[in-house]
Design a binder for this molecule. Structure first.
Ligand code: UDP
Length: 329
């Protein structure tokens, strides 16, 4: 019996593959490699280069293996791009989910863990955010993930496929030994961009606005280490295996850090001055996003362990400084 990890060659996916293998799970990876990297998946893990929208190819993966559960990470995830190319996002993200659920249903695979996002909430009415708070996405990326959750909900009711949707806040860091990490063709995330300065790839980091109603005027986010995140997926799978009902959980540390605090933490970690320039606000950025993860703590017994920002950034720095060109593919 194996766990199929769709999108296992991406940033979050590859860290989950490591965690599942380390935990003794038999893992199979399916990834189109459009944004993922083959080198991020261990050689000895069975790997299929497939786009999950290709139902025939996906069907073959299920036919050739005894799959008992699916962990699903395949998605486009650039908020800005989704505002320009919404149909690209609906086609890939929603289309991929339709194909996956159809093939799961055909092969009677009854469990799925889904990689969701805080972007399903949109601009929060209150912070910390609870799972029961309104979901009004402010971009097609967040909307596509919300639609995928709704599809799983209907399929779970009608076809008895149980799901756990994990709504991540700001995923950060790298596998602690520095062998895998974040490598996006287009980098938009704060920590990798900050670290490009000490790597000599950019002169300064631009702070997107310092006039927000926060303690230092810069945006506050809830950063969660990618290894803690992977552990939550293992716990979610255990929960479903033990008969847990379909459910949605926030994953965050519950603590908010400002952009300025993150830059200062990176200065401490790298010993580099990391010049920062104040720029204009990035459209669509809420001032403060912080998770209430009590539900995950109570039901999944999950608690983030790497919570100091310096510790999170140190793992990212270990990866980036040893792989300045990422996977080099
Ligand atoms: N940010 C910034 N400069 C950058 C990239 C990001 O000031 O070059 C800010 C961004 O406005 C947000 C925070 O850093 O408040 C985290 O952004 P990121 O894109 O990493 O994640 P998001 O919160 O958008 O999912």
């Amino acid at each position: 019996m194996a766990v199929l990890i769709c999108g296992g060659a991406g940033y979050v996916g590859s860290h989950n593959v490591r965690a599942f293998v380390q935990h003794g799970e038999k893992v199979i990876v399916a990834d189109s490699l459009e944004t993922g990297h083959r080198a991020s998946v261990p050689e000895d893990v069975k790997f299929y280069k497939v786009d999950i929208r290709d139902s025939q190819a996906l069907d073959k993966v299920f036919a050739e293996n005894d799959i008992e559960s699916v962990v699903h990470f395949c998605a486009y995830s650039l908020v800005g791009e989704s505002m320009e190319l919404p149909l690209k996002y609906f086609n890939n993200n929603v289309g991929g989910m339709i194909s996956l659920l159809e093939v799961m249903h055909k092969h009677s695979v009854k469990r799925i863990i889904f990689s969701s996002t805080a972007a399903t909430y949109g601009e929060p009415k209150r912070v910390p955010i609870l799972e029961t708070d309104p979901t009004i996405p402010t971009n097609p990326y967040g909307e596509s993930k919300r639609i995928m959750e709704k599809m799983m909900n209907w399929v779970s009711r009608i076809h008895d496929i149980r799901y756990v949707s994990l709504r991540y806040f700001n995923v950060a860091g790298a596998w602690s030994d520095g062998t895998i990490g974040e490598d996006h063709k287009v980098e938009t995330h704060l920590i990798p961009l900050i670290l490009q300065v000490p790597l000599g790839k950019r002169e300064h980091i631009t702070i997107y606005g310092d006039d927000y109603p926060t303690k230092d005027g810069t945006c506050i986010r809830d950063y969660i280490h990618v290894e803690d995140l992977a552990r939550a997926h293992l716990l979610a799978l255990g929960y479903l295996r033990n008969g847990g009902e379909s459910n949605i959980f926030n994953l965050g540390s519950g603590d908010g850090y400002s952009v300025m605090e993150m830059i200062n933490a990176a200065r401490t970690v790298t010993g580099h001055p990391i010049p920062a320039v104040i720029g204009t606000r990035r459209p669509g950025d809420p001032a403060r996003l912080v998770a209430d993860s009590t539900k995950a703590q109570e039901i999944l017994h999950w608690k983030p362990e790497i919570v100091k920002m310096e510790d999170i950034i140190a793992t990212a720095w270990k990866w980036h400084s040893s792989h300045p060109h990422g996977y080099g593919d």
